[in-house]
Design a protein around this ligand. Structure first.
Ligand code: SAM
Length: 299
């Protein structure tokens, strides 16, 4: 009798806990919508349609994932900036899209979490994959691992590079203890997740090394992004690629590039079937003193 009463109580308790969590998630989602509302109002018909499914069914409250509808634009952006043919870049996009092993490993992991969507959707990270495959970098630094979706995609690109004879390493930094839980899905050992604050840990890990590809995707405040860019620039190899995942919301990278007379180019993604207005890729090549014109193009 007592056991039954206790278990019934526990059931109610866990139901109440679940309801609390759902309510918290819903409030967070409403706050997200409020935050993006001024931008949504500019383009209501295509975006507002997705507000209700987001509020009612979407499991994500931050770092949204989605497919993008302007992959062709991404391809021509990369083609122009890297001087590589659109057909070669399209082949890399398809390589990632057709990588069923990666996708199913990611989705197996995602399905274990009630607070994540079940499908693996890469968004603008497709561009990160193509860049890694084109450049074959020896060292990539990603700041801001979060779940490790970008990390897994980058590590997968490194894994393929290694299979073709060019090995590389990815260092990904985050401050949350369980960051990077998706990254193993890449089935490669070419990455390290470092649970350390990039405010103080970059020098320790990069001293004596040359970075070929840097991705800022951590604390998106202007001051922090600037701190990372300034700090990492000491270790960038001539011609290294720099990306900011925050260039749609901040001028930190553009200003950094202007100060250093580096090129700057920007691509904005268009999320498919999602209310989020989309992030972007701020892109530069570390070519100090190499530029003497004011073109807005990276190459
Ligand atoms: C936008 S998410 C990263 C998304 C990830 N790159 C992806 O592809 O999904 C930002 C992450 O940066 C981390 N972060 C914030 N401040 C940081 C810091 N000072 N050092 C390292 N990581 C930081 C947060 O914990 C969060 O997980």
């Amino acid at each position: 009798m007592i056991l039954k009463a206790v278990s019934q109580r526990l059931k109610i308790y866990s139901t109440i806990q679940e309801m609390r969590k759902s309510t918290k998630r819903f409030v967070k989602k409403v706050n997200c919508v409020k935050f993006y509302w001024p931008e949504l109002r500019k383009n209501p018909s295509s975006k507002i349609l997705y507000l209700v499914p987001f509020l009612l069914f979407d499991r994500e409250v931050t770092n949204f994932t989605y497919d993008i509808s302007n992959v062709e634009e991404l391809v021509s952006f990369l083609s122009k900036e890297f001087g590589v043919s659109e057909s070669a870049i399209t082949a890399l996009v398809q390589e990632l899209e057709n990588d069923t092993e990666l996708r199913s490993s990611l989705e197996q992991r995602l399905q274990r979490r009630k607070d994540r969507n079940k499908r693996a959707r890469y968004g603008r990270r497709i561009g990160w994959y193509c860049i890694t495959r084109m450049m074959k970098p020896s060292l990539i630094v990603e700041t801001g691992t979060a779940d490790g979706l970008g990390t897994a995609i980058l590590a997968r690109a490194l894994h393929r590079n290694k299979q073709e004879g060019t090995a590389g390493l990815l260092l990904s930094f985050d401050i949350i203890d369980d960051a990077g839980w998706l990254a193993d899905a890449a089935h490669g050992s070419d990455f390290r997740i470092l649970i350390e604050d990039t405010k103080s840990s970059l020098d320790g890990h990069l001293s004596g090394k040359k970075v070929d590809f840097f991705i800022h995707d951590s604390d998106h405040s202007y001051a922090h992004e600037t701190l990372e860019l300034e700090n990492v620039s000491k270790y960038l190899r001539e011609g290294a690629v720099i990306i900011s995942d925050n260039a749609h919301a901040s001028t930190a990278m553009k200003d950094f590039c202007e100060r250093r007379e580096l090129p700057f180019a920007f691509y904005r993604e268009q999320p498919k079937k999602h209310f989020y207005p989309g992030g972007g890729i701020g892109l530069s090549f570390y070519t100090p003193r190499a530029r003497n014109n004011s073109s807005n193009s990276a190459r």
